[in-house]
Design a protein around this ligand. Structure first.
Ligand code: PD2
Ligand code: ZN
Length: 285
């Protein structure tokens, strides 16, 4: 009898220990997965999206376990070269919905009427060249994981190091607001002191349901397109939430490219939100 009891107790101990070890192994595995993605809500959100909605995810399910692939949105971002001279490329699905809403959310409480740079002083001044409202992200915000992911993505797809990028500027255009055609490169010496000339711009669209508000390149080809409801010659990129347009202010010859002239067409209805990353020749100290 005593022997039978000992056998039963031994078996019970064995089963209980097995269950405890199994649970610990499972916990460690979940922990490891969390570490791979980061534990921030953003990356968790990205993981969810990576698994679910996009049919491409079926063929690339292994990417959902690769942090780098999540940051770069591999399998989602779709590049489309729309012009070679000036050099313009549209990246469809560049930002997730969550990233767009996050950028708008942090910018909204501190929007101010946009300014243009005074060539003599380098200071911002109000102008009818640009009637939007906007704000720059702060240097501190650059350390947030979601912003770091966006900045890394911009640098990889543009091949311009993160350190050469200015702080992201978030813009809001309401009905009848616009940004008249201009060059992003500087015409003065003052502004190029730190980091040199602006060489490229990544413009990311953060909202949908906008009528008008296209980004317009008058020197890109001779097709016709609609800019703020008017038919114009050139290339117009529609603001679609999550997509981005990268254009180069510098030609392949290394000189500023006057054909990179571009503007933000008048918004006819809805609110257009965008985020701009200007990139320089060198690291900005
Ligand atoms: O928001 C735009 O569409 C736009 C158009 C032209 C933004 C800029 N330029 C810019 O930020 O340089
Ligand atoms: Zn511009």
């Amino acid at each position: 009898m005593a022997t039978a009891m000992r056998i039963v107790l031994g078996l019970l101990t064995f089963v209980t220990l097995g269950m405890i070890i199994g649970a610990l192994v499972q916990l460690a595995y979940i922990r490891k997965l969390e570490d791979t993605y980061g534990t921030e809500p953003t990356l968790r959100g990205l993981r969810g999206i990576q698994h679910g909605v996009n049919p491409l995810a079926k063929g690339i399910s292994h990417l959902a376990y690769d942090k780098e692939a999540v940051i770069l949105r591999l399998g989602y971002v779709k590049p489309e070269v729309v012009s070679w001279s000036p050099r313009i490329i549209v990246f469809h699905n560049f930002l997730s919905t969550e990233e767009c809403d996050y950028l708008r959310g942090i910018a909204k409480p501190r929007l101010k009427v946009s300014t243009v740079v005074d060539a003599k002083t380098g200071k911002g001044m109000k102008s009818d060249v640009r009637t939007s409202s906007g704000t720059f992200l702060s240097p501190d915000e650059r350390s947030y994981p979601i912003i770091q992911a966006i900045e890394k993505r911009i640098s990889v797809y543009s091949q311009v190091p993160v350190q050469n990028g200015e702080l992201i500027q978030v813009l809001r255009y309401q009905k009848s607001e616009l940004y008249r055609p201009h060059h992003d490169y500087f015409a003065d010496q003052f502004n190029i002191k730190a980091g040199g000339q602006r060489i490229a711009t990544m413009l990311m669209y953060l909202s949908d349901n906008v009528e008008g508000g296209e980004t317009y390149f008058p020197m890109a080809g001779s097709n016709e397109c609609s800019c703020g409801g008017k038919t114009v010659k050139g290339l117009c990129v529609k603001p679609t939430k999550g997509s981005a347009v990268l254009f180069w202010s510098m030609g392949l010859d290394g000189e500023s490219d006057p054909n990179s002239l571009h503007g933000g067409c008048e918004v006819l209805s809805g609110e257009k939100w965008s985020a701009t990353k200007w990139m320089r020749e060198r690291a900005i100290s």
